[in-house]
Design a binder for this molecule. Structure first.
Ligand code: ATP
Ligand code: MG
Length: 200
């Protein structure tokens, strides 16, 4: 008896939930590309971006990638996605906090940005990933207004993903979806080395 009424209550709760979800699904009718931002200090921003890129490729979409601070190590996302036809533009100078030459950093950032701008103006790209772009704005390597204009004026069906800590408020405002990764724990803090296949 008790078990049966529990089952009935569960069924009713699920039914109600389904109705709520169905209503929201029915209300979401607009079809357009979106701007997604993965930010915050926790691990998972770039992996979320490349997870989404992998999904897009799985549906036959065209994806372009700009990586703003990687470059010196071979990275797993490049090794996987480049042979599948994903175009990569990678800043050649390594991590910004390892370099001391602001001028060459700006030049490298600008070169990758020119390629990004071209992809953002081309409707053949379904998805453009701008990995670690936030630092380029924070360091004033790139002009914030120019970046905002290029993203705002992109083709209507094109989606864009921006990753990096400390995202500029104006980009956050422009975004359709923002997830902030929060570090609850990180293996590095217990002395465990970064490793291929997990961290790059
Ligand atoms: P991932 O590429 O693993 O998704 P991420 O893009 O969220 O990480 P970044 O800030 O781009 O993080 O950091 C790049 C590198 O730093 C990765 O090797 C990642 O594992 C490591 N990392 C990320 N978050 C932390 C953290 N809270 N503490 C220490 N190392 C971190
Ligand atoms: Mg990252």
């Amino acid at each position: 008896m008790e078990a049966q009424s529990n089952a009935e209550r569960h069924r009713q709760r699920q039914q109600k939930l389904k109705e709520q979800v169905d209503t929201r699904v029915a209300a979401a009718t607009e079809q357009k590309g979106i701007l997604i931002i993965f930010t915050g200090n926790g691990k998972g921003k770039s992996t979320a971006a490349f997870g989404t890129a992998t999904r897009a490729i799985g549906h036959g979409k065209t994806v372009g990638v700009a990586q703003f601070i990687k470059g010196q190590w071979d990275n797993g996302e490049y090794n996987t996605l480049h042979p599948l036809g994903v175009e990569f533009h990678i800043m050649g100078t390594g991590f910004t906090w390892e370099t001391q030459n602001r001028e060459t950093d700006i030049q490298a950032a600008t070169e990758v940005w020119q390629e990004s701008k071209r992809m953002l103006a081309d409707a053949r790209y379904d998805l453009v990933v701008l990995d670690e772009l936030t630092y380029m704005l924070a360091y004033h390597y790139l002009d914030t207004q120019e970046v905002i204009d290029a993203i705002t004026n992109r083709p209507s069906q094109q989606s864009v993903i921006v990753t990096g800590r400390g995202c500029h408020a104006r980009l956050l405002e422009l975004a359709d979806t923002v997830s902030e990764l929060r570090p609850v724990k990180h293996a590095f803090d217990s002395g465990i080395q970064a490793q291929a296949g997990i961290d790059w």
